[in-house]
Write a protein that binds this ligand. Structure first.
Ligand code: PXP
Length: 247
């Protein structure tokens, strides 16, 4: 199986909200997350990822529905473990949901979900979403106890949080990479193993040494690159770098 790429297009909505937070649906409210989604898919994205946050700071519910209706590719909804978000997911019916922790003050998702601490609620949410035909991933730190808990909670997939690796310097880089490798080995084959956060055009080479990866979710670096060469080309560049992966 080739390594798949989910492109996170939240930053397109962030840019629109910077100017049009009061009227995100106005005809002149740009840029359009839906159009960005089309551009990413034209560059070879295998799926689109959007995070509808409790505070709606970037993606709005209307964006989610527009993307769902306007795009044939699989949609991955990142969401907090809340009743409100379960309600949205059940109406939206994305192919995948990725459960993430949400903290109002954070700039982006900072740590992984603590599946152990929230076990009962997370199990319930996973089961409800799966009953509706949605495959569920949990975004976790590369911690063996969390991998085990994700399996016990009957998640379909784990998304390994690569942020600590991406932010590491010196000897810590290899240590963080080893943690990701160990977590991927622990997850496979019971759980599909995905990875995301802080992956860029440079550190992707080390990410590709992690075994058993099925999908990467990348947002910031691709959107940043798109400001230079356009989104379709930026996605194509990343896909080209991912092409030689062997699980
Ligand atoms: N995966 C998850 C669960 C995330 O929350 C994010 C950030 O929204 C990403 C992947 C993408 O991270 P980045 O924007 O650093 O590529």
């Amino acid at each position: 199986m080739p390594l798949l790429l989910g492109v996170n297009i939240d930053h397109i909505a962030t840019l629109r909200q910077a100017r049009y937070a009061k009227e995100p649906d106005a005809p002149n409210a740009e840029p359009s997350p839906l159009e960005a989604g089309h551009d990413a898919l034209a560059g070879g994205a295998d799926s689109l990822t959007i995070h509808v946050r409790g505070d709606r700071r970037h993606m709005q519910d209307a964006d989610a529905y527009r993307i769902r209706a306007g795009v044939k590719a699989p949609l991955n909804l990142e969401m907090g473990v809340t009743g409100e978000m379960v309600g949205l997911a059940l109406k939206l019916k994305p192919e995948f949901v990725c459960l993430v922790p949400e903290n109002r003050m954070e700039i982006t998702t900072e740590g992984g979900l603590d599946v152990l601490a929230g076990f009962e609620k997370i199990c319930m949410v996973i089961a409800r979403l799966q009953d509706a035909g949605i495959r569920v991933s949990v975004f976790i730190d590369p911690d063996l106890k969390q991998v085990e808990a994700a399996g016990e909670a009957r998640a379909d997939m784990i998304e390994l949080h690569t942020g600590a690796f991406a932010n590491a310097t010196g000897e810590a880089v290899q240590i963080e990479l080893e943690r990701l490798i160990a977590a991927a080995k622990a997850g496979h084959p019971g759980l599909q193993v995905n990875a995301g956060h802080g992956i860029n055009y440079t550190n992707i080479q080390q990410i590709l040494t992690i075994p058993h990866l099925a999908e990467l979710n990348i947002g910031h670096s691709i959107i940043a690159r798109s400001t230079r060469i356009g989104l379709t080309a930026a996605v194509r560049e990343m896909k080209d770098l991912m092409a030689n992966y062997s699980a």
